[in-house]
Write a protein that binds this ligand. Structure first.
Ligand code: NOJ
Length: 522
């Protein structure tokens, strides 16, 4: 069985994990020094968000050189040291690949902009405007037009920030460049790639206008702007990349395919395409057992049906933390424990293991281009990107000896690694316990999920174990305790108060529990 199929992957948001030099920004040596936290949590791999040279207009997703490290974060030697330490701890390392666009400070784009006759123009999407208007009416995911004027009536396309010009994947030299970048990191020992906006890259050849209004929700931007995303040609890029990664041992590619329709997402994965894709519908789902059962069942059928496994994502650096989105830490703990019971790969976002909620930052502290491009009308993503609190100590919380690049919220005083390690009831201890159990049970568990009950606010699922027992997970999304007619030994629960009576198991509100159901008597 491939290691990645059920791997737990921990997302390290590099700027906010640990700062080794007191400048207030996280860096690679800081990560290396704190990797034990991730190993002790029970993760199999870390995914590092971009640490490449970048003007940081979009948190590093504006890459100026794909094969180096920004001095803010360290050096290539620091990246090597991080890899070595991770491997010592049994952790694999995924890096972020950003093929849809570069920074406007990338040497290719600087040259393209400096000289309209440069062949570097072919690597981007320069087009002539319509009078004073841009070449078409496409909008940026970050708001406003997707076009910025280069000079005269020439414009360039950027589906994100002005500083992130889109690459033209219809131009062959681009393919060779990214194949070189892929090999550069594979040769250095990374276990694979998280591919940024993997459904992007190709645009409809004529860049034709869309009918109707564009959505400002990234999950639906592709639906409302179909010519800008998910073109048939894009999967051929991944077919080629799969040949490359298959030439190395046990590497993996997971695509950020930001599409709401799972059948469209599934086109990107398979034995000769991407190994896995993110699976985002749960990000838009309320805390409701029936909705969750529907989405989980559809994800399992879709991804397992395409010869791969689903990924499970509740939080990342782009969305409101799930403790806030789902209505509280209790709901978040229950939701997470339910996902841990499933086959597939949970992708965890740093800080969710502490039960962190979304922080609200004072307007002057916000850095997200979404906030800046909307003229201060859309709050943006800074509230989930505040640094990881390691201790209760203000102002640096063990993250930095300087001033953190984004300010901490009050929750860091009680929700931090040191405090939670000392508290058996903490969210950190829940994650550690559940992931340890998951690892212990994993090998013998069937991939098939049986639905024992889906009724009102309750779902109960079972996975049989080869030893004759079974893992049962019950989730109660309601506001009242409920009794479910299943019995077994309680392995772990997201809250105290699970009871066992003659008629079944009593599950408190907003709680999930794992039971070990004994096998048939011999
Ligand atoms: C998706 C990344 O997760 C997000 O942070 C970034 O802003 C966009 N892609 C553009 O690269």
């Amino acid at each position: 069985m491939s290691w990645w199929r059920d791997a737990v992957v921990y997302q390290v948001y590099v700027r906010s994990f640990a700062d080794s030099d007191g400048d207030g920004t996280g860096d690679l040596p800081g990560i290396t020094a704190h990797l034990e936290h991730v190993a002790d949590l029970g993760a199999d791999a870390v995914w590092l968000t971009p640490f490449y040279p970048s003007p940081m207009a979009d948190g590093g997703y504006d890459v100026a050189d794909q094969c180096d490290v920004d001095p803010l974060f360290g050096s290539l030697a620091d990246a090597d040291r991080l890899l070595a330490k991770a491997h010592e701890l049994g952790l694999r390392v995924l890096v972020d690949l950003v093929p849809n666009h570069t920074s406007d400070q990338h040497p290719w784009f600087r040259e393209a902009l400096a000289d309209p006759a440069s062949p570097m123009r072919e690597r981007y999407l320069f087009r002539t405007g319509r009078g004073e208007d841009p070449p078409n009416g496409w909008t940026s995911v970050f708001g406003g037009s997707a076009w910025t004027r280069a000079e005269g009536d020439e414009w360039y396309l950027h589906l994100f920030d002005t500083t992130q010009p889109d690459v033209d994947w219809r131009y062959p030299a681009v393919h060779a460049e990214w194949e070189r970048i892929l090999r550069f990191w594979l040769d250095r020992g990374v276990a694979g790639f998280r591919i940024d906006v993997a459904h992007g890259l190709y645009k409809q050849a004529e860049l034709a206008d869309h009918a109707g209004e564009p959505s400002d929700d990234p999950l639906f931007h592709a639906e409302s702007s179909p010519n800008a995303w998910d073109q048939p040609e894009v999967v051929e890029v991944y077919r080629r990349w799969r040949e490359i990664t298959d030439g190395y041992d046990e590497r993996v590619m997971v695509g950020e395919v930001f599409l709401a329709d799972l059948d469209r997402v599934a086109r990107f994965v398979g034995p000769d395409l991407l190994h896995q894709s993110f699976n985002f519908p749960l990000l838009a789902a309320p805390f409701d057992a029936r909705t969750w059962q529907g989405l989980i069942a559809a994800s399992l059928a879709t991804f397992e049906g395409h010869g791969t496994s689903p990924t499970w994502v509740l939080s990342n650096h782009d969305v409101v933390r799930h403790a806030t989105r789902l209505g509280g830490v209790a709901q978040a703990r229950a939701a997470t424990l339910t996902l841990f019971a499933l086959p597939g790969s949970p992708y965890l976002f740093q800080g969710e293991e502490l039960g962190l909620e979304q922080d609200t930052l004072p307007p002057q502290a916000r850095r997200d281009p979404i906030w800046l491009r909307s003229g201060g009308t859309v709050e943006g993503r800074d509230g989930c990107r505040t640094p990881l609190p390691w201790t209760a100590q203000v102002p640096g919380h063990g993250f930095t000896t300087g001033m953190p690049w984004l300010p901490y919220g009050e929750q860091a005083v009680t929700r931090n690694v040191a405090t939670e390690l000392a508290d058996p009831g903490s969210t950190l201890q829940l994650y550690r316990k559940a992931l340890r159990l998951r690892r212990e049970l994993q090998d013998g568990l069937a991939r098939e999920v049986e639905w024992l009950r889906v009724e009102g606010p309750v779902l109960a699922l079972r996975r049989r174990h080869v030893d004759g027992s079974a893992l049962v997970c019950i989730l109660n999304t309601g506001a009242r305790p409920t009794t479910v007619e299943v019995q077994g030994e309680v392995l772990v629960a997201s809250q105290a108060g699970v009871g066992s009576g003659a008629s079944g198991t009593v599950v408190p509100p907003a709680t999930a529990v794992w039971l070990c159901e004994a096998g048939p008597a011999l």
